[in-house]
Design a protein around this ligand. Structure first.
Ligand SMILES: NC(=O)c1ccc[n+]([C@@H]2O[C@H](COP(=O)([O-])OP(=O)(O)OC[C@H]3O[C@@H](n4cnc5c(N)ncnc54)[C@H](OP(=O)(O)O)[C@@H]3O)[C@@H](O)[C@H]2O)c1
Length: 268
């Protein structure tokens, strides 16, 4: 696959070693994502309904959530601005899309979510900070240091059109599905009910499905290996969690809809 490399005439290139190291880091990071997928199939990440003793000290869920999620936009912007590239309209648009997602996730989502008095292990927050720092950093570095300027005609390139459609569709599914879950609890409650309606008719975790589609779309739209590794990581995190949620729903509710799947309608 040919990525947009910084080989455009008139554009100052990073030394080849920088691009080379970047490519190796992305490769290794993707391999770690694949290994994490296997690990998460065996160990349910201990937050939310799977919070359990034995994972060290905890802190209020909301505090941990904000601290870990704000790292992603901060790392992206710092890495982007540390380079001289990525200032043309398309790269700026991609940075803005990343920021829009993460400012919502870090600063809006935790205040509208109904977590009751739930807590989170510090270890979960710390691992998510590393995850977000590396993914935000790699994507910012790509735009600021590695990517060639996206061509003026990028808006009519099939990668842009398909990628943007997937991104918008995925984000819409994710936001709507998270809102449905929110509606299942009154303020202060922390129990669980069966979500119904929308894509919940087909799968237990449309919020995760939407998130994965969103970041696959971003990788296609920005045509970037850093975004591709983030899409892989998102699927590696959320596919095992969707399988766990699905199994948990079936164990917990006798009247859980039989035909509902975990993540992909009719398939998984
Ligand atoms: N890019 C990535 O790798 C990544 C990784 C993780 C999360 N995310 C995104 O972050 C968001 C939150 O993730 P999450 O793992 O916390 O999602 P989740 O387990 O589906 O929970 C989302 C929210 O809904 C509540 N909830 C879930 N099921 C419920 C039910 N049946 N009845 C009542 N309330 C219910 C949860 O409460 P509790 O917390 O009390 O269970 C939580 O507040 C999602 O949009 C997800 O896509 C992205």
């Amino acid at each position: 696959m040919v990525w947009l490399g910084r080989d455009v005439e008139g554009v100052e290139r990073e030394p080849a070693i920088v691009t080379d190291v970047f490519t190796r880091v992305v490769f290794v990071w993707t391999a770690i994502g694949a290994a994490t997928f296997v690990l998460l199939l065996k160990v349910r990440a201990p937050y939310g309904r799977y919070l359990r003793p034995g994972w060290g000290p905890t802190l209020p869920h909301r505090v941990g959530w904000i601290a870990m999620e704000i790292v992603s936009p901060a790392a992206l912007v710092a890495a982007w601005l540390s380079g001289s590239g990525g200032r043309e309209v398309w790269a700026v648009l991609f940075v803005v899309l990343w920021l829009a997602h993460y400012l919502n996730r870090a600063l809006v989502f935790p205040f509208v979510s109904r977590w009751g008095g739930r807590r989170m292990p510090v270890a979960i927050m710390a691992s998510a900070i590393v995850f977000n720092a590396v993914n935000g950093g790699l994507n910012g570095w790509w735009f600021g240091h590695i990517a060639a300027p996206y061509p003026d005609g990028w808006a009519t390139d099939p990668r842009f059109v398909i990628g943007l459609s997937l991104f918008v569709c995925g984000a819409t599914i994710n936001i709507r599905a998270d809102a449905t879950l929110r509606g299942l609890r009154a303020p202060g409650e922390s129990g669980y009910r069966i979500p119904r309606g929308g894509l919940y008719r087909f799968v237990s975790c449309p919020n995760y499905l939407g998130e994965i589609v969103e970041w696959v779309g971003f990788a296609v739209l920005a045509w970037s290996p850093a975004a591709a590794t983030f899409a892989v990581w998102t699927a590696a995190n959320l596919t095992p969690r969707a399988l766990s949620h699905h199994a948990w729903y079936r164990e917990t509710f006798d009247d859980y809809p039989e035909k509902r799947r975990a993540l992909i309608p009719g398939i998984l």
